[in-house]
Ligand binder design. Structure first.
Ligand code: GLC
Length: 730
């Protein structure tokens, strides 16, 4: 008997389960770490090198090219940037990996599901302006289901780069200028994508990006150098990533940018010391597109071999599409320039995620029709609700909105009015233009039988064509209200879309002013991926609403806000500067040494619309801010409450934002910092209580330039909607 046990133990140690003669890595009942180690030790150097390599698949899914696309995929490839929506193609590729490779390691397919897969939700900047954490999570849940059913197991999302310059087109992809808001929304996205079990058929791995500091690109020029102080790194850039890691993000993507001289994709301090050493992240890091090869351009690598060595030893586990790892690693390992253990650790992390995703047991997807996979009614409903809550009412003179019952004719014009494509914004996933409800379609549906909608384009996004101005003027004069749908093309924000000016092209501004001269009430719906310089027309219009790029249901959402079916509840997650030159104007800056001096001589100091700004169709009255104590000790909590009453005649949703300021500390602190927020529905005439429990360690401490947190006694202020209460930490 004893001998049998010994043999059994020996066999298990060798990765063979004597009882079932199944190898451990193929045994779903075995612990993941055992399966990883068992598989890793079986792998050849070539198989390991292929695991840390990602290629693209599906550049051109024309049916005639499928064969060559299929041939191009090696059964050993670790990952594909997978662009096809076909479950059939996906299963064919995965079958190659599972059946034609020696060890049957499934391919991990990733894709940019940034704000939806086929059902497209508002751009993340718009989502942040909804301040609705649950709805953001729901949208990611839907995106995960649509993706996974199409063979996409992994999204390169959420992006949690804290916005600092609106000239940078990628402010559209993150959650605005506040670290806490980025962290809360990013964590909600991670939980939404991954659910409670990564192996489920409606879950997909998240990817926090771009690690780290990408938004500090100098002058808002994409991909450019970033000079980030260690204090800013720890205080602003890193916190959203830490919150995402704590939410269980499976992967992280390294950024293109240089971090004060050490590129993010070769930065051991960030990718190993902080991400793994301090935060305990045990997933894997994928490079951004070609970021390993770019280390040569950034001046820290003389050739591919050096780029490969620096990236891998810094903690970058998977090489996205430039093939540097695959071409360079065999020789670097053979000559001992990189220890094979370093490669093993990268492979280990990737295999761990694959096992956790259940890909070995369930590598294939059900081959369902599009109608079952995509755009289900509940998906459209969430898209519509999130879009409506994302839109921010910036101006509403003399209550021109919601549209009054006496308005019988609306003139609808502008380049965004009958526009399917640009409403989706950048990174539109697999969104199809014909899925989109245009603003014109939305209004015609919402106002059917009540108000006549007359449409003409009026003007284009840019150029000098005024040929439709006369017709537009005539139409405006015949109408009771003019709705102008203006803004940016989707390619004017997103990646590689830096713009020196935040203003709309002059033809759009001129057109708006022309329509205003007809004397009819003017409503502008402003679609953009960034804050816009509105000086050229804001004074000429009665109402202005930022609708961002609201996605598939954008037209319905905008129409419901115009009709008053939905009461606007959006609040700015990013400051609207007066103009590009006024930046930086993010709210959580530090105090000037001479606050009343040092201002521009030729430009206002206040932004056009501040962080947190947004109007409603109702009025919310804030009661007195109450705290249960004005002194507290570490370990105690201070409970703050405030009652908000909806004094208007229509129901609404109000977000209460709680800020803390710490006027004197060993490291100067931002003038105020968002520490908590809560959005509640408040029916007309009713009140709701909002509460914030201050935990000193969480809410009053701050990091120094090494990341060490400090909790210092002294005076603090709690701020809500203009009220301030002083309290002491003793
Ligand atoms: C791009 C972007 C990154 C994206 C990746 C894959 O260059 O920087 O956000 O996820 O490549 O498309």
């Amino acid at each position: 008997m004893k001998q049998a046990i010994v043999i059994g133990l020996l066999a298990c140690g060798m990765g063979l389960c004597a009882c079932t003669d199944r190898v451990v890595y193929k045994d779903p009942s075995a612990p993941v770490e055992q399966r990883v180690e068992d598989l890793l030790r079986r792998m050849t150097l070539e198989e390991k090198v292929m695991q840390v390599t990602q290629w693209t698949y599906g550049k051109n899914m024309n049916v005639n090219n499928v064969e060559q696309e299929m041939k191009a995929v090696s059964p050993m490839i670790g990952s594909l940037l997978y662009r096809s929506t076909s479950a059939v193609f996906y299963n064919q590729i995965q079958r190659k990996a599972m059946e034609e490779s020696r060890l049957g390691i499934p391919i991990l397919c990733g894709f940019d599901v940034i704000h939806g897969y086929r059902t497209i939700f508002p751009i993340p900047l718009g989502q942040a302006c909804a301040w609705n954490v649950d709805k953001v999570g729901e949208s990611c849940r839907i995106a995960a289901r649509e993706s996974r059913l199409s063979g996409v197991h992994w999204t390169f999302s959420p992006m949690v780069d804290v916005a600092r310059d609106a000239r940078w087109g990628r402010v559209s992809e993150g959650y605005g200028e506040d670290p806490y808001l980025n962290g809360v929304m990013g964590a909600a996205a991670v939980r939404g994508y991954q659910g409670d079990d990564l192996s489920k058929s409606d879950a997909m791995a998240a990817c926090l990006k771009h690690f780290v500091g990408y938004a500090y690109s100098e002058g808002g020029r994409d991909y450019h150098y970033t000079d980030i102080s260690s204090q800013a790194l720890w205080e602003t850039a890193l916190p959203p990533f830490e919150m995402g890691v704590k939410a269980g993000a499976a992967t992280v993507m390294s950024a293109f940018n240089d971090i004060s001289g050490i590129p993010a994709s070769a930065n051991r301090y960030t990718m190993t010391d902080i991400l793994r050493g301090k935060w305990g992240f045990d997933g894997f890091v994928v490079s951004d597109w070609g970021a390993v090869e770019q280390l040569k351009t950034q001046g820290v690598a003389a050739d591919d071999a050096e780029a490969c060595r620096k990236a891998l030893t810094a903690g970058l586990d998977m090489d996205m599409v430039d093939d540097v790892y695959r071409r360079s690693l065999p020789e670097l390992i053979a000559e001992g320039a990189i220890a094979e253990e370093v490669l093993d650790e990268a492979v280990r992390r990737i295999l761990r995620v694959k096992f956790r995703m259940g890909l070995f047991e369930k590598p294939y997807v059900e081959e369902l029709p599009d109608t079952t996979r995509y755009l289900r009614p509940e998906a459209r409903a969430v898209a519509r609700e999130l879009a409506a809550e994302s839109m921010v009412l910036l101006k509403n003179e003399s209550g021109v909105l919601p549209v009054r019952s006496e308005v019988k004719r609306i003139a609808l014009m502008g380049p965004m009015a009958d526009n399917w494509v640009d409403l989706m914004g950048s990174w539109w996933g697999q969104g199809e233009a014909e899925d989109v409800v245009t603003i014109r379609e939305g209004l015609e549906a919402e106002f059917a039988g009540k108000t006549r909608i007359d449409y003409c384009a009026g003007c284009d996004f840019e150029g000098e064509d005024r040929s439709q101005f006369a017709r537009a003027r005539a139409l405006a004069r015949q109408s009771d209200l003019v709705v102008l749908c203006m803004g940016e093309k989707r390619g004017w924000s997103g990646e590689n879309a830096s713009r020196a000016s935040l203003a709309l092209p002059s033809i759009q501004e001129e057109f708006i002013r022309e329509m205003a001269r007809t004397g009819r009430p003017i409503v502008v719906l402003l679609s953009s991926g960034r804050p816009v310089d509105v000086r050229g027309f804001e004074g000429d219009v009665d109402a202005l609403m930022a609708i961002w790029q609201p996605g598939t249901e954008g037209g319905n959402a905008a129409a419901q806000l115009l009709s008053g079916k939905v009461n606007p509840s959006g609040r700015l997650a990013i400051t609207f500067p007066v103009c590009a030159e006024q930046q930086p104007v993010y709210y959580n800056r530090r105090q000037s040494a001479r606050p009343r001096l040092g201002r521009y001589q030729n430009l206002a100091d206040e932004p056009k619309y501040p962080f947190g700004y947004g109007l409603s169709y109702t009025n919310y009255a804030y009661g007195k801010l109450r705290v249960d104590r004005t002194t507290l000790q570490p370990g105690e909590r201070l409970v703050a409450e405030i009652e908000v009453t909806n004094e208007g005649s229509c129901d609404g949703k109000e977000t209460v934002m709680w800020f803390v300021s710490d006027p004197v500390a060993s490291v100067s602190r931002p003038m105020r910092e968002l520490k908590h927020f809560e959005k509640q529905c408040i029916p007309a005439g009713e009140s709701r209580l909002y509460r914030f429990e201050i935990d000193p360690e969480r809410d009053l401490s701050f990091p120094d330039a090494t990341g060490e947190r400090h909790l210092e006694k002294g005076t603090f202020f709690l701020e809500v909607n203009g009220q301030r209460v002083e309290f002491e930490l003793i």
